[in-house]
Design a protein around this ligand. Sequence first.
Ligand SMILES: [Zn+2]
Length: 55
Amino acid sequence: MIQEAGHEGPGCGTCQDFDLAEEEAESRGDPSGAVDWRVLRRRHQQAEHPGGEDG
Ligand SMILES: [Zn+2]
């Protein structure tokens, strides 16, 4: 696993981690878990990538 300080919008490893976790939760039939990850990712984005244009 690559761990970099998230200082950029695209290509942020933390964002990708959250994306992967969300996809994994969905693929294993856990939509509420996927929503959980999505919320965490949004919080991370607001903290690390303020003003991002990623909806
Ligand atoms: Zn990020």
